[in-house]
Design a protein around this ligand. Sequence first.
Ligand SMILES: [Mg+2]
Length: 318
Amino acid sequence: VRRVAPRLGPGAEFDRIRAIFAGLGPAGRGLGDDAGLVRVGSVTLAASVDLSLEGVHFRTGWLSFRDIGRRAASAALSDLAATGARPLAVLVSVGLPPRPRRVRGDPAAEIMAGVGRAALAVGAHVIGGDVARSRHYLVDVCVLGVARRPVRRRGARRGDGVWVTGSLGGAGRALAALRAGARPRGALWRRFARPEPRVTAGRWLAAHGARAMIDISDGLVADAGHIAAASSVAIELDLGLVPCWPGVPPRVAAASGEEYELLAVMPVRFGVREARAFRRATGLPLTRVGRCRSGSGLRVTDQGEPVSPPRGFDHFAP
Ligand SMILES: [Mg+2]
C-alpha cells in the first residue's frame, strides 16, 4: 500500500490532521511540511497559511490591533522560514465584528498595517485579501515565497545533530504572565507581541546543508516529534542543553509553544565552528540540543537520565 498520509507526531490535534489527510486521499500532495512546496519551472514556490483567532491565539485586551496583525503575519512567515524560503508576498482574510464605537481608527486598517510591517521586515509585500463580518476577530494569513533548496521535515538521518536558534520559553513566560493578569514588559513583551520570523536563519541553514527543519510553534518537544515521525528516526533531546529564556526552567522552555525559533537537523560534520559562523551571519545563537538515532519517537534526557517528555500545545487535547 502506498503511503499517502505524511507522518506527524502524537496528539489529538495531529489525529485530526491525519483524518483530514485521509479524507483528501489522492487530492492531497506533498502535505505535512511547514509550507507546501510546488515546483514551477526552475524555482520552488513555498506557500503556507496560518489562522489567528480571537480568544484562541490572541485577546484584544492583550495586544493592539496593529500587533495582532503583525503577530499573525509573523507566525505565517515563520513557516516559510522553516523551509528555507525567501518570502515574496502575503494575502490576508480578515474577519471583523461591527466597528467598535469607542476605538479611534478602523481595527481592520490597524490589523493590516501590522501585517504590512511584518511583510516589509522580511522583504515581502501584501498583494491581496478579503474581509467578512464575523463574531470574533480573525486573521488568516497566506504567505508565498521561493526556495532555492527547500528543506522539508523528512530528511533527518541517524547521527545528525538537532539544533535550535535563539532561546526558548520567553513567549510562554509572557503568556503565563498575561493569563495571570500581569503585563509583561520590555524584551519579554516584545518576545510575545512581536516575534521575528527567522527568515535569514532559515535561508542560511538551508544553504549550509540542513536536512530537516520545522519552526517551534507547538513546543520544542512536540515539533521534534514531528521531525522524528516524518524522517523515521528517533530523536534524543537533552534538556540540559536547551537554550532557555532567562529564568525559565528547561522543562518549561522545551514545552513552550509559539516561540517561532527554528529547529534544524544538521549533518554530523556541522559543529560549534559552523554555529559561530551562523551567529556572525544572523546575530542569533545556534545550540545543539540533541541527536538523531535509529528507531522512532522522542527520548528526553536530563543529566543523562531518561525523563518523561514535557507536553507542548495541542488545540484538541482532551
Ligand atoms: Mg510550523
